[in-house]
Write a protein that binds this ligand. Structure first.
Ligand SMILES: [Ca+2]
Ligand SMILES: [Ca+2]
Length: 514
């Protein structure tokens, strides 16, 4: 009896120490806290529900032991592994799994301190995300491979994401930030993206100079006062690559971007100048004082979203299938001295007010468009002396509105006094009027360009006249002085003959150069 009691006590003592293991052969709801679930076989083409492994308790370990959990492409599917318990949770470990075809390979929402290790995820090219972190912080990914998804690692309102020794490449977007404010406490080490270049993350001031495609994705998060100069960034012809700026006071200059979004997100005072964008989109979200100047955009343009006080100056945008410039819920943006051509829309405004758009050339299929609520905007500045972006005249005011066939408003408007401004306001929409639309009626200045004369090219008639006239005056005074001193009548006759020859020469020059 005593022996039996001792045995029972020992058994009871051992109970909490007993490894709580469950072996799975199919998808399941995992709701025992602290349990380790081992998958003992592949689960192929699961189609019976939205989730395969539905985690509902904390500190659970899922070890697939190298097995695959897949769903068939044709069936709407949601997550291979989801951890989204009501009231939150933490401590999930997922390891040694291959997750294929899911809308989300692993979906973590409202949970923290989780670990993903030794995972391979793909969607075989259909829509899907490898790992979604939504409102989930303090997560660590180690040795995770994600490819062929829409978003490899999507980070939505989550911070403290640590990624080690992982490959997230050949996804439409490799690491996609969707934070609605700045979360910059993440850490990336040896994370390889598309083209086998690293995905780099900086959260303190950095100077990036002279990089020639050293990275596949660059994230400046809280890297205030950073300088980017002479950067060449053309990560891949496929997909959506990012140069993400979530930092203040960042300067980007003398750089070349292709196939990328240069994305100012929750950032103030970002300045971009002297740069080329080819198939590259400069967008500003929730960012103030973003300035883009002296730059060239081809195939894509510039977008401001929920951003105020931006500036676009001396920028050339061409051949965008969507828009040259888009203002969405963005106010007090100034766009001037820019050329926007061959775009489907030159500029589009949505719910945007108090923007100033003047002295630009618009030459597009549709020069402007509005959506959402239409608020007042300024389409001209005060009439003043200045250099026009297009058309003759020495005063600026509004914009030049034309199109490929040359019969836009500025081409055809009445400008009876030929002052270079259309006589009637150009009404784009309610409270959106260009009162000083530029016209092409200002007389072109009669600049006479002369052919080369004795190897001296392009002398103007006036200049020739002044030079020769001054020479003659000096010559005449000196000769007259000589003659007067000598008092020789023959010299006086010679003087007048020379004078006659000179006058005739000057006259013929003036006729020639008139
Ligand atoms: Ca005209
Ligand atoms: Ca006029």
């Amino acid at each position: 009896m005593r022996k039996a009691i001792i045995f029972a006590l020992a058994f009871l003592l051992l109970l909490p120490l007993t490894k709580a293991d469950t072996y799975l052969t199919s998808c399941a709801v995992l709701d025992t806290p602290g349990e380790t679930y081992y998958l003992t076989q592949d689960i192929i083409n699961y189609t019976s529900g939205d989730f395969c492994m539905d985690v509902r308790a904390s500190n659970i370990i899922i070890d697939c032991q190298g097995h695959t959990i897949s769903t068939s492409m044709e069936t709407p599917s949601y997550a291979g592994i989801i951890y989204n318990p009501a009231g939150g949770g933490s401590g999930l470990v997922v390891r040694n799994c291959i997750l294929t075809g899911w809308s989300f390979g692993v979906y973590l929402s409202g949970v923290s301190n989780n670990v993903l290790q030794n995972l391979v995820m793909s969607t075989n090219g259909t829509y899907g995300t490898g790992v979604e972190l939504a409102y989930s912080s303090f997560n660590t990914l180690t040795n995770v491979t994600i490819f062929n998804t829409t978003s490899g690692l999507e980070i939505s309102d989550s911070d403290y994401t640590n990624v080690f020794n992982s490959t997230i490449k050949n996804n439409f977007a490799d690491v996609f930030y969707r934070n609605h404010e700045r979360y910059c406490h993440s850490y990336y080490e040896n994370v390889i993206g598309t083209n086998d270049k690293p995905i780099v993350f900086f959260n303190s001031t950095v100077e990036i100079r002279g990089w020639d495609n050293n990275a596949s994705e660059i994230i400046l998060c809280g890297a205030d006062n950073s300088i980017v100069d002479n950067l060449k960034f053309s990560p891949s012809s496929y997909g959506w690559r990012y140069f993400v700026v979530q930092s203040n006071n960042v300067t980007i200059s003398n750089s070349n971007f292709s196939n990328t979004d240069v994305w100012s997100d929750y950032s103030n005072n970002v300045t971009i100048f002297n740069s080329n964008f080819n198939d590259a989109f400069a967008r500003s979200d929730y960012s103030n004082n973003v300035t883009i100047s002296n730059s060239i955009f081809n195939n894509q343009g510039i977008g401001f979203y929920n951003s105020n006080n931006g500036t676009v100056y001396n920028v050339s945008i061409s051949s965008s299938d969507f828009f040259g410039i888009y203002l969405s819920t963005s106010n007090f943006i100034t766009i001037s001295n820019s050329r926007i051509q061959n775009c489907t829309y030159g500029i589009r405004l949505r719910n945007s007010a108090n923007n100033s758009i003047y002295n630009n050339l618009f030459n597009n299929t549709n020069n402007f468009g509005f959506s959402g609520a239409i608020y007042p905007n300024y389409w001209n500045t005060t009439r003043q002396t200045g250099t026009r972006v297009y058309s003759f005249g020495n005063e600026i005011g509004g914009n030049y509105w034309t199109n490929a066939t040359g019969n836009g408003y500025s081409d055809t408007c009445t400008d009876a006094d030929k002052d270079g401004f259309c006589d009637d306001p150009y009404v784009l929409a309610t409270d959106n009027v260009d009162y000083l639309a530029l016209s092409d009626e200002y007389p072109s200045p009669t600049t006479t360009t002369l052919p080369p004369v004795h190897g001296v090219p392009l002398l103007s008639g006036t200049l020739v006249g002044i030079v020769i006239g001054s020479g003659i005056l000096i010559f005449m005074l000196r000769t007259l002085f000589d003659i007067t001193m000598k008092g020789d009548p023959k010299k006086i006759i010679e003087y007048f003959i020379v004078l006659a020859v000179i006058v005739l020469t000057v006259l013929s020059l003036e006729v020639l150069f008139a």
